[in-house]
Design a protein around this ligand. Structure first.
Ligand code: ATP
Length: 295
């Protein structure tokens, strides 16, 4: 009998009825989530909604109170699964007393990676390789953490607010790198409050509200699956707001987000001087309607 090599396991992430409690507080509640190879998934929600907790559970950095997590079809603490992941945590713990080139060399050796000459250049870390990690600015530190996550050709990239504190140029450089990574087949799980980042990098969104999954949808299907609609009227401050989830007054118009557009339009037409325009809501507007932030 010939021995066959088992096919490499490909399902990057599976959460099966996962709940995490801290004392009386439920941080994430009964989550069922599957992330397939090559998917680009954003985790959205207000402060404290459970995004970082979800990411940490998925990576085995926190243990569920109940339910099960699988990383590449293994327990997430298994080193064979962990080595296939690049992670940018919200707060990086790189040792302050190492120099940038030393920490790069250390992580590179651990992951068996080549010298990341191009990454160093694209993340503009060349002039900093002799600097102490403890002396880096917030944005420089973030760029170093991103570089370390990309080392070793990860199959899954888990990014927790990766571009917070980056200047505009650095943010675009990171978005380019992440998009190239995804175009080459990489899988992305991104927690972010930046809706431009979400639309630049991801195709599917998970919306957490108070630790519960309120939406899990392709971006293009989000309005349909959640039943949320945006209405625009000329700027008016005194409007009937029954059945309106969120209202935003802008320079020249007022935007109302609702799940029952027909009745809201009927009420608006009696008080608004001008057309009521119905349109597809943005991802941010859907989040606002569901209670998942932001603004
Ligand atoms: N180690 C911990 N001990 C106690 N409570 C915790 C702990 N970690 C998280 N929590 C609580 O769990 C909830 C979810 O926190 P989490 O950090 O996952 O939120 P988040 O969505 O990432 O928020 P943010 O957008 O502010 O980063 C919060 O109420 C938080 O206070």
């Amino acid at each position: 009998m010939t021995e066959t090599t088992p096919a490499p396991t490909r399902l990057p992430l599976l959460l099966d009825r996962v709940t995490k409690r801290y004392g009386q507080h439920t941080a994430v509640d009964d989550l069922d989530i599957t992330v397939g190879a090559g998917e680009r998934v954003a985790v959205l929600g207000r402060n404290g909604a459970g995004k970082s907790t979800l990411l940490r559970l998925a990576l085995g950095l926190s243990r569920p109170t109940s339910g099960h997590c699988y990383l590449f079809e293994r327990p997430p603490g298994d080193h064979r699964a962990r080595r296939r992941v690049g992670y940018v945590p919200q707060a990086s713990a790189a040792p302050d007393r190492l120099r940038v080139r030393e920490i790069i060399r250390f992580v590179r050796d651990c992951k068996g990676a080549a010298e990341p000459v191009e990454l160093i250049e694209r993340l503009d870390l060349g002039p900093l390789t002799n600097s102490l990690v403890g002396g880096l600015s917030l944005g420089q530190h973030r760029r170093l953490t991103l570089l370390l996550a990309f080392l070793g050709e990860p199959e899954l990239l888990v990014l927790d607010e990766p571009t917070v504190s980056l200047d505009g140029q650095s943010r675009l450089a990171v978005w380019d790198l992440v998009n190239e990574y995804c175009a080459a087949g990489g899988t992305l799980l991104l927690a972010s409050h930046d809706f431009r980042e979400v639309s630049a990098l991801t195709e599917r969104v998970l919306v957490l509200v108070g630790g519960r999954l309120r939406a899990d949808s392709e971006v293009t299907q989000l309005a349909r699956t959640t039943g949320v609609t945006a209405l625009e009227v000329p700027r008016t401050t005194d409007l009937p707001l029954t059945d309106v989830s969120f209202v935003s007054h802008q320079a020249d118009r007022t935007v109302l987000i609702t799940r029952t557009p027909e009745s809201v339009v009927r009420r608006l037409t009696t008080v608004v001087d001008g057309p009521v325009v119905q349109r597809r809501p943005t991802v941010e507007e859907v989040c606002l309607a569901l209670g998942g932030g932001s603004r």
